[in-house]
Write a protein that binds this ligand. Structure first.
Ligand code: T3D
Length: 259
């Protein structure tokens, strides 16, 4: 019997969908899954035919975090493990210039919650939920959750969610700003694909530069942002996309940003 691939890869209409595929374990992250997902994100970044990347999962869960079956021994070298698995994964996801949609189809726990938060756009199914479950096993949040969550909900709310491993429902996630849209379970993957195709039709170079400016702004001052905008706007303004946008406006037609 051949083993199932841990990540399914599909490309349609410029949208590369990477599907975590360990549904029996709620897509708990073993080393194979983490390293394969990282490689696939890098491959999608390098592929000119890919305009948008979607990370989602098979079955009823999104990702239950670290596969606890792989953690054993009296002393696990967590620092080494994080530096060679989750940290490169989150960096690969955040460093691509292409928009990444994390499509959270079900429970997102531990490092799975961090992965769900890491997208540029977060789309949730109605039955999805997030739990910063780390404290249940007396670990601290990792894979970027200590960076993402307080920026979204503030320090105090983040601490309470982490301390009690509270489950956040999709409706609450929408109110808290943990996701942009909630779609019905029955149509979730089709709705995500339709949304991703709309995003894929937007100007790719401008979105790449927008991501660069926004990410830099997270750690800089207003002065830094103004300087950065003036540099990046030149790059956007020199592009064929900008010329196409101006022509489309003058000709009263929709712009075509896909060559
Ligand atoms: O470097 C490092 O290693 C440190 C990094 C840490 C990062 C982390 O992510 S730490 C957090 C690890 N994750 C967890 O502690 C979550 C454990 N799972 C749960 O708390 C619950 O399963 C859920 C809240 C996620 C979902 O609950 P529920 O009731 O919907 O499902 P379930 O029945 O508990 O799970 C279904 C199956 O998935 C079950 O298998 P079985 O009994 O049907 O054969 C369960 O054992 C399996 N499963 C769920 N989570 C994991 C898992 N198997 C391995 N690892 C898991 N994390």
């Amino acid at each position: 019997m051949t083993a199932q691939p841990v990540i399914l890869v599909d490309t349609r209409s410029g949208v590369r969908t990477l599907t975590l595929n360990r549904p029996d374990k709620l897509n708990a992250a073993n080393n194979d899954l983490i390293l394969t997902l990282t490689r696939e994100l890098q491959a999608a970044d390098a592929d000119d035919s890919v305009r948008v990347i979607v990370v989602t999962a098979a079955g009823r869960g999104f990702c239950a975090g670290q596969d606890l079956g792989e953690v054993s021994g009296d002393h696990v070298d967590f620092t080494h493990h994080l530096n060679t698995t989750y940290n490169p994964l989150i960096r690969a996801l955040r460093n691509t210039g292409k928009p990444v949609i994390t499509a959270v189809n079900g429970i997102a726990a531990g490092a799975g919650a961090s992965l769900g938060l890491a997208g540029d756009i977060r789309l949730w199914a109605q039955s999805a939920a997030m739990t910063q479950v780390f404290s249940n096993i007396a670990l601290i949040p990792d894979s970027g959750s200590t960076w993402f969550l307080p920026r979204l909900v503030g320090y105090h709310r983040a601490f309470e969610l982490m301390a009690f491993a509270q489950k956040v429902t999709a409706d609450d996630a929408l109110k808290l700003g943990l996701c942009e849209h909630v779609f019905p379970d029955e149509t979730f993957h089709a709705d995500v694909q339709a949304y991703a195709e709309r995003l894929a039709a937007r100007p790719a170079n401008a979105l790449k530069l927008t991501k660069q400016a926004l990410q830099a702004s997270m750690t800089g001052t207003l002065d830094d942002a103004l300087d950065q905008e003036s540099v990046l706007q030149q790059k956007a303004g020199d592009s064929w996309e900008h010329k196409e946008g101006l022509s489309a406006f003058a000709e009263k037609r929709p712009a075509n940003f896909v060559k």
